[in-house]
Structures are given as C-alpha cells and as structure tokens.
Design a protein around this ligand. Sequence first.
Ligand SMILES: Nc1nc2c(ncn2[C@@H]2O[C@H](COP(=O)(O)OP(=O)(O)OP(=O)(O)O)[C@@H](O)[C@H]2O)c(=O)[nH]1
Length: 424
Amino acid sequence: MTDTIFALSSGALPAAIAVVRVSGPNAFLACERIAGMVPKSRQATLRTLHDEEEQAVDRALVLAFAAPATVTGEPLVEFHCHGGRAVVSRLLSLLSQQPGLRDAEPGEFTRRALLNGKLDLTQAEGLGELLAAETEWQRRAALESAGGALSREIEGWRERLLLLAAQAEAAIDYVDEEETALDLTDLVQQAEELRGEWRRRIDAPRSELLSEGLRIVLAGPPNSGKSSLFNALIGAEKAIVTAIPGTTRDLIEARWDLSGIPTLLIDTAGLREGTDEVERIGIARAEAASMGADILLWLGAVQDAPAHPRTILVSSKSDLREGTDLSNGLRVSAKTGDGLDELKAQICTLANELLPPPNQAALNRRQSEHLLDAACALEDIRNADSILIAEALRSALHSLDRLTGRQSVEDVLDALFGRFCLGK
Ligand SMILES: Nc1nc2c(ncn2[C@@H]2O[C@H](COP(=O)(O)OP(=O)(O)OP(=O)(O)O)[C@@H](O)[C@H]2O)c(=O)[nH]1
C-alpha cells in the first residue's frame, strides 16, 4: 500500500497559524486517532488534538478532503494549528507514530498530484517557478504555467496531431488494400503548419530568462563611475568605490528587481591595459561578461563601445561640470540621482523586448527540447509515403507526451521535485 505522508506545509515558525498536511490512504485513520473524528468532507471543524494518553496537544481547525477530489488525488487532511514550535513539533511527532505514516519528501505532495493526473508536468514545473518567484513578472508568468495555460496549448496541438495520425493510419490501410493511394497533400500541409507554430514557440524567449534574470552589465574605463552607478541602482553600498582607478578587480553581481523585472546587475573591472596579472584576469572577465550581457550599460567614450546589439550609452557623473568626454550618452549622476529614472526606463524598454510576455507561459529548456524533437520528427514528410508520415506523426506525439509527462520521465521528476520545498 502507498505510504501516507505528512509535513508542515506553511512557512517558518513561529507563526500565528501552521498548516500540517497529511495525504494518503491512512490520512483519515490518523485524523480520527488524533482529532477524535474525521470532520465532514471540506468542512472546517474546531477540534482538540490529543496524544495517545489523551493529553491535549492543541485546539485546531481540522479539514478533511475525500479522494479523489483533492490536490493530491488521495484522502487528505489538514490541521490548522497554532504556529508555535513546540505545538507543531508535538503534532508532527504524533503523526509519525500513526500506522503507515512517514515524513514527506520535498515536493512529494505535488509529485503525487502529478502521478494521480491532477496536473501535468508543465503545471508542476510552473508551480516550482511560482514558489521560487521573487518578482512580479516571474510570479505572473509562473502562474500562467501553473494554471495550465501551457498544458492547454499542448493539448490543442496533441489533438490536432492525433487527428492527423489517424488519417495517416487510414491511408496505410488503403495501401494495404491496394486501392488508390489517398492524397496526403492536405495532411502534410497541416502537419507543417503545426511544425511552424512549434518553431515560433521554440524561438520565443525561454522561461530561464525570467528565473535567472536578465544580465545587465556595467562596463567602461576605470574610474568612469560603474561601481557608484551599480550601488545607486540596487540601492545598497555593495561595490567598493574609491577615486583610485582599477578599484573593482572582479565581477560583482546583485539580484535587482527593476519594477518587477528580474535582473542580475553586474559591475566589472575598468577596461584598460592591465597593469598586473590579477587586473588582467579581471578585465578578461569584464570583456566576457559584456559580450554575454543581455543589456550593456557602457560608461566609456562612444567610439570605444563594444559591438553589442543592446547597449545603452551612459554619460556618467553628470553633476560634475566637466562631466565625461561623452557627447551622446544618457546623462546620469550616481551622486545626485539625476537621470537614474530615465536610465531605468530605457532598461525596461529593452527588457520588454527580450523577456517572454508576462501573460504567456514561456517554455523552459527541457520543454523546448521536446518541442524541438517533435518539430524535427515532422521535418521531412513532404515527399514521404503514408507509412513514413504515420511514423513521423507518432514520433512527434511521443515527444509531446514527454513534454507533458504523459510518457514516463522519472529522471525529470527527481530533478524537479528535489527543488521543491517540504510540504508542497
Ligand atoms: N561627482 C561625482 N562623482 C562620482 C560619480 N560617480 C562616481 N564618482 C566618483 O568617481 C570615482 C570613481 O568611481 P567608481 O564608481 O569607483 O568608478 P569605477 O568605474 O567603478 O572605477 P574602477 O573600479 O576603477 O573601474 C569615485 O571617486 C567616485 O566617488 C558621480 O555621479 N558624481
């Protein structure tokens, strides 16, 4: 029989309320032994929880959900108890003594939901992203995936593919019967339309851009004010600022929530002919970071700006009369804050072009790879016979099923749920 699992599903203790969830075949039995009864399904009921010697443990709201209409698809009980450490620890230890019960592993409730068909893999991945979301943009995009937007889109593709596969199989039967072969032109055209849709989806920005954050790199000559601007943008004195050229020697990174857009702001060593080995390594890293940037903020002379498609030219230290030798850059002062809002607005404009739209569930790397497999399977069907076409369609279907987890993907599940928190 499946184990019954339990865990604290709410946040850090102490808290006003703690929610302990129990899921599995013995959940109701455990509830009866601890709360004296199992409340009516979905009706919050105030009960005194007891230990095995009838000593009161806490007064708690108890909720029972009958299977299969539960998040995990199994009988589920929730104890909403007081969020004191001793209360929760006593309740968890009581649960561990109940027959067939054990501590849940990270993500195990969601894993069971997946195995019981309550959600598919793309929704589970969306849920993982939702739990990790730190900015507004991440939250909205993750909610789309978790809510099943991607699943519905894939289900639509799958239905179209199934229809085409059925037509291709029917065409094979005609061949068997040595009758006139069916005209497959229309079928091939529809399959190619599908492939075109997938290609566009594969080429669209990936969800990792959101989870990892856009890489915004500050680069320029020594003393141009990169570290000062870095500190001013993140609102903290993280990078060392001095009047000595060459102060910053290595990359300095900070997560920066820019009006809901997740970014990774990177300060770099000033670019010049390095004077010692450490500085030369720092400069090489700065150059590599500039090339790998999603957006580059260049604080040097216009003519020295690296060839990067999304560069914002910044004319720093605008408060100083002499300013810098730039004529075209956006005038910004880290000291007075002058121009910072305009700079943020310009970064937001570029970021909007790069990031997946917040109301669309973007594909992650794993999902893109499976969709690419599906698209590749339909690559050469234009002049193929019905048997090859049917085979290609089956193969594409298989890739879509791996995408949503219909096909067993144990390796993916272990990697995914290992990242979840306990009690989810
Ligand atoms: N007045 C004024 N001084 C600034 C401004 N930004 C930076 N400075 C000064 O310029 C000097 C260099 O600033 P940093 O921010 O360390 O410059 P950097 O480009 O990071 O320098 P390196 O680490 O050498 O690459 C410091 O003395 C800062 O106080 C500004 O907006 N206004």
